[in-house]
Design a protein. Structure first.
Length: 208
């Protein structure tokens, strides 16, 4: 790839935006009030705004390997807290995707060095749901199911956060688990019942 082409692309993008609205960037510079926090995978095939048909200013985005919100990860914790407490987003979306390399790596036994503790977070999801997963004989189907269960567990990780619990109680913040199906381009809503998920973990993770 010719990197200088990117600056050409940028110039035509700016012209295009200004052609539609001469104040476009001046208005963007005034601030942001996105309604959605999107936590997705870093995978180059899975965009954030583009696959949702949204643009600059619409979504607060956090991406990492396998769309994780691990308890001790200060980066994702800071993003969620800032989005919920300061930007007051109304929706948290955790979006996984089929054929996720991170999830695949967690199903294998390769030593990936510094990646190992990150992948162990996904292995923990596997262990939590091992009865269901090991009952699936087709490896591809098991892989897809682990992608879905990982999204579900990251939604649970989000609801463990005190600021999220508070916003859930006080202003009905919604949490959504989605999967992007790369083969069809479609977004799938896993329709995770957060009320039910919260009841299951409330006793242990409840924060006043
Ligand atoms: Co991925």
């Amino acid at each position: 790839m010719d990197i200088s082409k990117i600056f050409e692309n940028n110039r035509s993008w700016v012209e295009n935006k200004l052609g539609n609205d001469p104040q476009y960037f001046e208005n963007l510079a005034k601030g942001q009030s996105p309604e959605i926090l999107y936590v997705g995978c870093s995978d180059s095939r899975v965009t954030a705004e583009q696959l949702m048909g949204l643009g600059p200013g619409d979504v607060f985005v956090h991406r990492n390997i396998a769309n994780m919100i691990p308890n001790l990860d200060y980066s994702s914790m800071s993003v969620v807290n800032y989005a919920v407490v300061h930007l007051k987003v109304n929706h948290i979306v955790v979006c996984g995707h089929y054929y996720c390399g991170g999830v695949k790596a967690a199903m294998d036994s390769a030593d990936l060095g510094i990646l190992n503790p990150w992948l162990r977070e996904i292995m923990d999801v596997y262990r939590l749901h091992k009865d269901e997963l090991l009952a699936i004989s087709d490896e591809d189907a098991r892989y897809r199911r682990l992608v879905e269960l990982n999204v579900q567990e990251q939604c649970v990780n989000a609801i463990k956060i005190e600021a999220v619990q508070r916003a859930y109680r006080e202003r009905d913040l919604k949490i959504h688990g989605w999967v992007f199906d790369i083969k069809s381009g479609r977004l799938i809503d896993l329709e995770i019942d957060m009320q039910k998920a919260l009841q299951g973990i409330h006793q242990i993770y409840h924060v006043d």
